[in-house]
Design a protein around this ligand. Structure first.
Ligand SMILES: [Cu+2]
Length: 171
């Protein structure tokens, strides 16, 4: 190997390393598809979604989420109650065993932002902190995307519920 190729591989190495450190950081939790639904006009709440794969050797657990965009940030699930789809806060969050993937998606589990301090606008990036039992607190950028075509209440897709049924919080 001549000096030039030694130098260039050293340069490549120094460029690649920080990227790898970033990808493998966070205690080997791989976080992707993090996004928040743009808030509807006049709405004071919206939902956030993320996919987390546990690539570490330790079982982990998403126990809480925090943000500056709302007075309260909660972990929510959807439950059927008397034929009506309702959102409910999940005490203690969700386990993510080693090798498992936790998917928060419209119509199911989600991060709930209640009492928005301002409009959540499409195209913005918001920093959300997620707290894990093992990996600790992780800050993640969430891209704000437009809500879908479906009829929305509280910024949620109502995939299983009657469009005429009322969605309510059990807070
Ligand atoms: Cu909710």
């Amino acid at each position: 190997m001549n000096l030039i190729s030694k130098l260039s591989s050293a340069i490549v190495f120094s460029i690649v390393m920080p990227v790898m450190a970033f990808a493998h950081g966070h205690g080997h939790l791989e976080i992707s598809h993090s996004w928040i639904k743009a808030s509807l006009p006049g709405s004071k709440m919206t939902g956030g979604f993320v996919t987390i794969t546990n690539k570490s050797k330790h079982d982990d657990h998403l126990i809480a989420a925090y943000s500056d965009i709302a007075k309260k940030t909660e972990l929510h699930t959807m439950v059927m109650d008397d034929g009506v789809m309702k959102m409910r806060a999940v005490e203690g969050g969700w386990a993510i065993p080693t090798g498992a993937t936790l998917e928060l998606a419209p119509g199911g589990n989600h991060i709930m932002f209640i009492g928005l301090t301002g409009a959540v606008v499409e195209g913005d990036m918001q920093t959300i902190t997620m707290e894990f039992k093992h990996a600790g607190k992780i800050e993640q950028m969430f891209m704000v995307k437009k809500a879908g075509e479906k009829k929305m209440q509280h910024g949620h897709d109502m995939t299983n519920a009657d469009a005429n049924s009322e969605m309510s919080h059990s807070h």
